[in-house]
Design a protein around this ligand. Sequence first.
Ligand SMILES: Cc1cc2nc3c(=O)[nH]c(=O)nc-3n(C[C@H](O)[C@H](O)[C@H](O)COP(=O)(O)OP(=O)(O)OC[C@H]3O[C@@H](n4cnc5c(N)ncnc54)[C@H](O)[C@@H]3O)c2cc1C
Length: 399
Amino acid sequence: MDLNFTPAEQAFREEVRAFLKSDLPADIASKIKGGRRLTRDDHVRWMTALSKRGWLGVNWPVEHGGTGWSPVQRHIFEEECAAAGGPRILAFGVSMVAPVIMKFGTEEQKAHYLPRILDLTDWWCQGYSEPGAGSDLASLKTRAVRDGDHYVVNGQKTWTTLGQHADWIFCLVRTDAQAAKPQEGISFLLIDMKTPGITVRPIILLEGEHEVNEVFFDDVRVPVANRVGEENKGWTCAKYLLTHERTNIAGVGLSKEALRHLKTIARDQLKNGRPLIEDPIFRARMAQLEIDLMALEMTNLRVLADVQAGGAPGAESSILKIKGTEVRQAITDLARRALGPYALPFQSEALDGGFNGEPIGPDYAAPVAAHYFNMRKLSIFGGSNEIQKNVIAKASLGL
Ligand SMILES: Cc1cc2nc3c(=O)[nH]c(=O)nc-3n(C[C@H](O)[C@H](O)[C@H](O)COP(=O)(O)OP(=O)(O)OC[C@H]3O[C@@H](n4cnc5c(N)ncnc54)[C@H](O)[C@@H]3O)c2cc1C
């Protein structure tokens, strides 16, 4: 196993850096670096720039208009984007539904949906979770009953990230309530969000942001042609999608950037008249985090080297998810502590780009608490950390 980057990979890193310098809009990078809100338009502008360069389909094969990049190239790209302040590519279209359509879709579905994901015509959201069906996803209850060449869908999805912007939702629905096992009666449907009978209601998170939604289906008619894969075989699509959802799960680049920012705060904040970064206790906490992050990076590179050589990550993905999310959460916790009382006020308007009011405390203070609260989600979504521990216990420890 060789953990060093090859000359070709280093040249690729330079190419990514040059692109980011020329094509990443400065106002978007400044929002990311300053922890400010991104608008729908910001996401679309950045993904359009990537699309024009042929770099939006990061995990797609070349035949479908993707980059054909290796896992290591994808890692380098993510790392450089995080360092430059490039937003993460929204996963729902590019990294979630697209691989399912490529693998299980008909030729018509591929020809219709894939180009529209690449040129940003369609914004997708994910309709998996329901009240009462999260970790135990197979217990989902949203029903789709066949009526001629349509399904009639009734039920509710929840936690639908950015569903308020979405043109389409991919949904797991129950098409056979009598199946012997709950996994056997599920189908995978693509649903136009403009279809009559769909209602989207916001859920406001702890930090006051509208990021997730509830989506209600009330006699929603969906053409049978919008089903991906066979009827009642949607669980296969669902599992395949989750393996793609878990790519770059360690978020090493993002944590490195967050740690850099934490050091800037600790240099600026004072404790007993001295920079906080010189305080032995705070310094030890930061050092521990940096050590954890370095260890995580090495594990991540080991897994990447294995995947590059043709291996498939198993429980390693779970290890990366747990450790990666713990490190990111711990960094936001330390940033909040570094600010002390300046982390207490909630000044929502200061999170908008272009805010020119009076900040409470230093300019970098406004988003710190909000970010801390928002990052609690990391250990819940994409398979909660407790569930990942179950996976490790079973697959690696044989328990
Ligand atoms: C911010 C955010 C965005 C999200 N976005 C989306 C989205 O876009 N689309 C979508 O479909 N879903 C989304 N989700 C939902 C997410 O996938 C679920 O929240 C997650 O699967 C957990 O399900 P749950 O919330 O129902 O919790 P539950 O499954 O009810 O779990 C509650 C607690 O019990 C623990 N637990 C459950 N089962 C076990 C077990 N067997 N062993 C040990 N511990 C267990 C869990 O770890 C958790 O701590 C999002 C969630 C959040 C928080």
